[in-house]
Design a protein around this ligand. Structure first.
Ligand code: FAD
Length: 496
């Protein structure tokens, strides 16, 4: 390929398609960008919970946060509540905050463990402002440089409405939208590069580079270019979901609920107009009828529709950039929504692509870097998800007992061992979940480290308990100035 990239064609208009269109046009306004979407095929229509980096994505596009929340029926997400995951009846939060404070060379968990030894009563989470806010049902934005008061947050929203929100931005910026169903992907007979998308309505969309956002169809990357899909179902066996909306709660929780059942787990996501619910399960362990009953008998508000089944295969394409096609979104892989990472993977894939975007021809070196980093990122998220399943102590079904027998990927095995031995977390650069996330899930799933760092050991009982008390009191302070989550949404997102 020697010609410069002048025109990019985006195949698909789901969340991935419109996020790609909006960001590419913003960063590279000179490019001609055309997006094709099929009204006959539609989008996957789920995907309601996110993680904090989405704020950066929106800010970069110049999105007004209040308008965005209003138009997507959005709410604030401070955490995920994992219920019944270790054993039935117990729960913990994976928050977007950081328990405690930075106290020097090692993480807060080391000091907390030392304080526990000295008789501390509070849990690790009692030192986390996100946790305290979740328990109080409160939220407010805190502008601070002081890490003690920092409170990471993300959003729950209707991803179809988010797609439409971004569509408006992208079209205003000059992205061309075409309706039609792709019938055929035309490739150069010598190089195999994609040259055009042939639509059923007779139109042909030529381009220099193609972004495959066709969702689970994987029309360009997998079907046309034949890129292999690595199947990870031996690690993560869920292959199905049932999704159903229900009436909204009177009070809007500022967190997602992830409730483990005898087989699989259920999400409850609060939006301003309804709740999103679903059950993720493995068809090896549960029939669709039983899945239906489990979900419908565990709704806490009235269903607004019949449940919809979605089938998937966990894994990723071996390459996410092949020839002149980059797969963004579900076309390039799927990880169950336990940690709300799919929309983030769209964002990080796009940022990576833009960092390596060819000025003239497509470079093998850029492609190799893109594929290496994408693989690593997918794998670290996969490992984080496996941790939740593997580290369980449930005895009520074959499913949970089998999860404890998963043959762990090496990196995860090392991570768990290091934490068990010494409360240490080691992170890869590509890992989007930092120490605080791993610590919360490891401890939440019941791992109590045998030891801690010597610098925490240097404190006397009295000194460590007094330090903990100071941090605890500091964490309580901002709560008094916070609004209830509902008040926040009403006050800040009301149309002006
Ligand atoms: P889609 O939404 O499926 O879009 C595909 C597009 O391609 C559509 O516009 C379609 O019309 C078009 N298309 C397909 N074939 C053709 C053709 N032949 N011609 C023309 N156009 C075509 N992610 C999160 O981050 N958080 C969550 O909480 C979350 N929950 C999820 C729950 C479940 C059960 C599932 C399955 C996924 C969840 N996800 C979640 C993932 C999230 O839904 C997706 O990452 C996101 O919506 C992006 O999807 P997409 O744009 O890649 O695909």
């Amino acid at each position: 390929m020697t010609s410069p990239i002048r025109k990019v064609v985006i195949a698909g208009g789901g969340t991935a398609g419109w996020m790609s269109a909006a960001l590419l046009k913003k960063v590279l306004p000179h490019l001609e960008i055309e997006l094709v979407e099929s009204p006959d095929i539609g989008t996957i229509g789920v995907g309601e919970a996110t993680i904090p980096p989405i704020q950066t994505f929106n800010q970069f596009l110049g999105v007004d946060e209040n308008a965005f929340l209003r138009e997507t029926n959005g709410t604030i997400k401070l955490a995920i509540s994992f219920e019944n995951w270790r054993v039935p009846g117990e729960s913990y939060l994976h928050t977007f905050g950081a328990p405690g404070a930075t106290l020097g060379f090692c993480g807060f968990q080391h000091f907390w463990l030392r304080a526990k030894q000295a008789g501390l009563k509070q849990s690790l989470w009692d030192f986390d402002l996100n946790y305290l806010s979740c328990k109080a049902g409160k939220f407010n934005k805190i502008q601070t440089e002081n890490q003690v008061y920092s409170m990471g947050y993300a959003y729950h929203f209707d991803s179809s409405l988010y797609g439409q929100f971004l569509r408006r931005l992208a079209e205003q910026a000059g992205v061309k939208r075409t309706e039609g169903t792709i019938d055929h992907v035309a490739q150069n007979t010598q190089t195999g590069f994609v040259e055009a998308l042939q639509l059923k309505n007779g139109k042909q969309l030529k381009g220099d580079m193609f972004i495959d956002c066709t969702g689970m169809q994987g029309l360009l990357l997998q079907k046309a270019l034949g890129v292999n899909y690595e199947d990870w179902s031996h690690w993560l066996c869920a292959d199905s979901a049932l999704a159903v909306p229900s009436k909204r709660h009177e009070h809007t929780l500022p967190y997602t609920r992830s409730i483990a059942h005898k087989v699989g787990w259920q999400w409850r996501i609060p939006l301003t107009n309804r709740n999103g619910n679903g059950l993720v399960y493995s068809s090896q362990y549960l029939t669709e009828n039983d899945a239906h009953d489990t979900l419908m008998s565990n709704l806490d508000t009235e269903a607004l529709d019949a449940p919809r089944t979605i089938r998937f295969k966990t894994g990723r394409t071996e390459q996410q950039w092949a020839k002149n096609v980059v797969g963004i979104g579900l076309s390039s892989g799927f990880l169950e929504p336990l940690e709300s990472t799919s929309i983030h993977l769209i964002q990080s894939g796009l940022v990576r692509l833009l960092k390596l975007f060819p000025k003239d021809e497509i470079l093998a070196s850029s492609q190799a870097l893109y594929n290496r980093d994408s693989k690593e990122e997918f794998e670290t998220i996969r490992d984080f998800i496996i941790l939740h399943y593997y580290q369980n102590e449930r005895t009520d079904s074959d499913f949970w007992q089998d999860m404890r027998r998963i043959a762990l990927p090496d990196r995860l095995q090392q991570k768990i061992a290091a934490f068990k031995d010494s409360a240490t977390i080691f992170n890869e650069n590509s890992d989007i979940f930092r120490d605080a996330s791993w610590v919360q899930v490891m401890m939440g799933q019941g791992i109590i480290p045998k030891s801690y760092h010597p610098s925490a050991g240097a404190y006397s009982d009295e000194a460590i308990l007094s330090l903990m008390q100071k941090i605890y009191q500091a964490k309580q302070q901002p709560l008094g100035q916070m609004l209830s989550h509902d008040e926040f949404l009403t006050r800040f997102t009301a149309a002006k």
